[in-house]
Design a protein around this ligand. Structure first.
Ligand SMILES: [Zn+2]
Length: 208
């Protein structure tokens, strides 16, 4: 008799644990330069998006942990400029898991808008650098490096001149030939096609 009671008590406890157990799900911001400001987690295929679960926005590298019963979930993260990163049918199996929000997951529409804006900003920067090279050559007898043009007062001395598509943020590639010829190039032009300017002539004007 005693044995039966204890068995049934144990099975109740086990049942209670398996029903109530929630799986920790860590969501980490692995974006470059964007905060995550909203996170939505809903049962996979659910028509409703539910409430925003994020209390404080996540800086790049930061994470927050949520807890849900095992199952399959649709997860949507939104960055501080409205970009959306969706993960469909993410499986929670009872083991704690980490989901990294990566730039690759950005929705196509936002990606296209941002690529266009980055190209425009990069080319505008290169135009400024080309003008500075012309002034540098007129004043100093030869084109200079970015640092030399800052020192000569032809460029602002902050970090204003960086291609937005270059994660390393190391600035533009400037090469000079002799005392009058220079090329200012996007450091990631092979990937982005942003191009370069040689002696005042832009590759995107000359090449097309
Ligand atoms: Zn560029």
């Amino acid at each position: 008799m005693k044995g039966i009671v204890s068995v049934s008590t144990l099975s109740c406890v086990a049942l209670f644990l398996s029903c109530s157990r929630e799986t920790p799900l860590e969501i980490r911001n692995r974006l470059d330069g964007y905060l995550i400001t909203e996170i939505y987690i809903t049962r996979a295929g659910s028509a409703e998006s539910g409430p925003d679960l994020l209390l404080d926005s996540l800086a790049p590298g930061a994470s927050d942990t949520f807890a849900f019963p095992a199952g399959s979930y649709d997860i949507l993260a939104v960055d501080d400029e409205g970009g959306r990163y969706a993960c469909r049918a993410f499986p929670l199996s009872g083991e704690s898991m980490t989901l990294s929000v990566l730039p690759d997951a950005l929705d196509e529409a936002t990606r296209a808008v941002r690529a266009e804006a980055a190209e425009a900003a990069c080319r505008a920067d290169m135009r400024c650098l080309a003008v500075a090279e012309a002034m540098m050559t007129a004043a100093g007898g030869r084109p200079g490096t970015q640092a030399e043009m800052v020192e000569a007062g032809f460029l602002p001395g902050d970090d204003a001149f960086r291609c937005p598509s270059d994660p390393s943020g190391s600035g533009y590639a400037i090469s000079t030939v002799g005392d009058s010829s220079y090329t200012v190039a996007c450091p990631v032009s092979e990937l982005t096609g942003h191009g370069s300017i040689t002696d005042g002539v832009a590759s995107w004007d000359a090449g097309e």
